[in-house]
Design a protein around this ligand. Sequence first.
Ligand SMILES: C[S@@+](CC[C@H](N)C(=O)[O-])C[C@H]1O[C@@H](n2cnc3c(N)ncnc32)[C@H](O)[C@@H]1O
Length: 322
Amino acid sequence: MTNNSLTKAKKAKVDEFYTQLEDIEAELKHYRGHFAGKTVLCNCDDPRMSNFFYYFVLHFHHLGLKKLITTCYKNQNPDLFSQNTSEQAVYLVYEGEDIGSPPNPNIAGFVHPLQGDGDFSSPECIAFLQEADIVVTNPPFSLFRKYITLLMEHQKNFIVIGNQNAITYKEVFQYIRNNQLWLGYKFGDMKFRVPDYYAARPTRFWIDKKGKKWRSLGNICWFTNLDIQKRHEELTLYKKYNSEEYPHYDNYDAINVDKTADIPCDYDGVMGVPITYLDKHNPDQFEIIGQMASTGIDEYNFGYPYICGKKKYARILIRKRK
Ligand SMILES: C[S@@+](CC[C@H](N)C(=O)[O-])C[C@H]1O[C@@H](n2cnc3c(N)ncnc32)[C@H](O)[C@@H]1O
């Protein structure tokens, strides 16, 4: 095995987090109007395990979907990847047929083998991506940069789960800044089923009465480029600017705001606000100028903010729309 495929296999092992149906339902109810006549692709989803598959089969007719495609990744090294090791990567195409209740993807003729390992960037998966209108899944966190880049390059609509840390990734933030990508509804805690081989952890890990393993993560959010009502809700602001409460940064021409609720309603210049502000962002109310969120500086990242020589928390830079 080459070093490259070993690294890929190790990464795949930590990427096995299974999304719960209730979390999918709670998010996707806000996007119902987008699906009529559309082909949905779940490209990190084994139809035999994925609740995204279940969700779209259960709601296929109600949403007016045209087609559902799911593709599943299978790392080829059995020592490192113990789930369904003998099986190949597979794909499934569903067009509204009766496959039982609950839906049973194993009915003959629905699940087909893929030639490769089902990597979302492999040629056969890209062909499905090209056919799709909307991509919906929880992709591997370790490949999030590559995943979002691929979706954006192919100009696809998407609703995907990610870690809030991904907001400040250069590859993601540039699209947030330019209003090509934004956050969905849920912003916070989410629990996931993890495979049996998953090692116990001191926190945010438990085994249920049936012996199934679980993990929760406190910093989950959805990333999308489909219009949602939340994006048009105005933040109600009441505080007035004063120079003591809102000090100016040493290294950028902006004032510091520690809480989203405290954004002064009468300040016209640039303001550094917590990253959690993005959960409330309305592009008609504020424009996003950039971020001050890391030591690495780029076109839209101006480095961590400093006040009187003291390093402050990462910030998003915004300005009131006229
Ligand atoms: C966070 S899990 C989520 C699984 C499923 N989408 C869900 O929400 O329950 C990410 C999945 O992506 C798969 N995966 C890892 N690397 C992949 C790749 N290069 N291409 C496609 N899928 C991949 C993993 O096997 C894993 O099942």
